[in-house]
Design a protein around this ligand. Structure first.
Ligand SMILES: Cc1cc2nc3c(=O)[nH]c(=O)nc-3n(C[C@H](O)[C@H](O)[C@H](O)COP(=O)(O)O)c2cc1C
Length: 183
């Protein structure tokens, strides 16, 4: 079964958007998918800020992107868009790096005011990197999370929405695998 890469664009921890990725990782692993998680926090800030394309810190990330069939990218909304750290990370990717990839975008925000940010801000960047199958994103507001000592709990309605999107992603990857086997 193909592998899925989860990318967290939150510079802070603990992180609600990263919690969505942990949930996604469990969901996908339960269905037999190999999952790898990376965060903007894993990369040297100087390499990100200075767009040090040649940094060895990015070599594995670029190889991960090349290898996987699909990517779940989660970001908090900062100033009506995705985070600057996520943009800095996406900027190091070569032209066409997301060609042929299926992408599920997720975002968390403090208010409903920016619930279209996935569509007007993040999707164009994913598209310019070559992604053609960008699935319908999930936007979640902070008050749909319950803060617990060890992290965050999602409310039931949100969990259903996220499950539906993850199930769609899983089915897409499963279909890609079956097509590859039958060629
Ligand atoms: C610098 C900064 C800017 C933010 N700007 C917005 C914004 O424009 N719109 C919004 O809905 N929420 C905004 N928020 C709230 C965060 O998007 C929200 O709390 C999010 O769930 C945090 O995700 P995280 O825990 O993964 O970092 C902002 C938060 C910060 C720290």
């Amino acid at each position: 079964m193909s592998e899925i890469l989860l990318i967290s664009g939150s510079p802070t921890a603990p992180s609600k958007s990263a919690a969505l990725l942990s949930y996604s990782a469990d969901f996908l692993r339960e269905r037999g998918i190999t999952v790898k998680s990376v965060s903007v926090r894993d990369f040297p800030a100087e390499d990100l800020i200075q767009a040090n394309y040649a940094s060895p810190a990015f070599t594995e990330f670029k190889a991960d992107i090349e290898r996987v069939a699909a990517i779940v990218v989660a970001t908090p909304i900062y100033k009506a868009a995705y985070t600057g750290s996520l943009k800095a990370l996406l900027d190091i990717l070569p032209q066409g790096a997301l060609r042929g990839k299926t992408i599920l975008p997720l975002a968390t925000g403090g208010t409903h005011a920016h619930q279209l940010a996935i569509d007007y801000a993040l999707k164009p960047v994913l598209a310019v990197l070559g992604a053609s199958d960008i699935q319908q994103g999930v936007y979640i507001v902070d008050n749909q999370f319950q803060t617990l000592p060890g992290g965050f709990k999602l409310d039931a309605e949100l969990q259903t929405r996220l499950d539906d999107s993850l199930e769609r992603l899983y089915r897409t990857v499963e279909a890609l695998d079956s097509n590859a086997l039958s060629v």
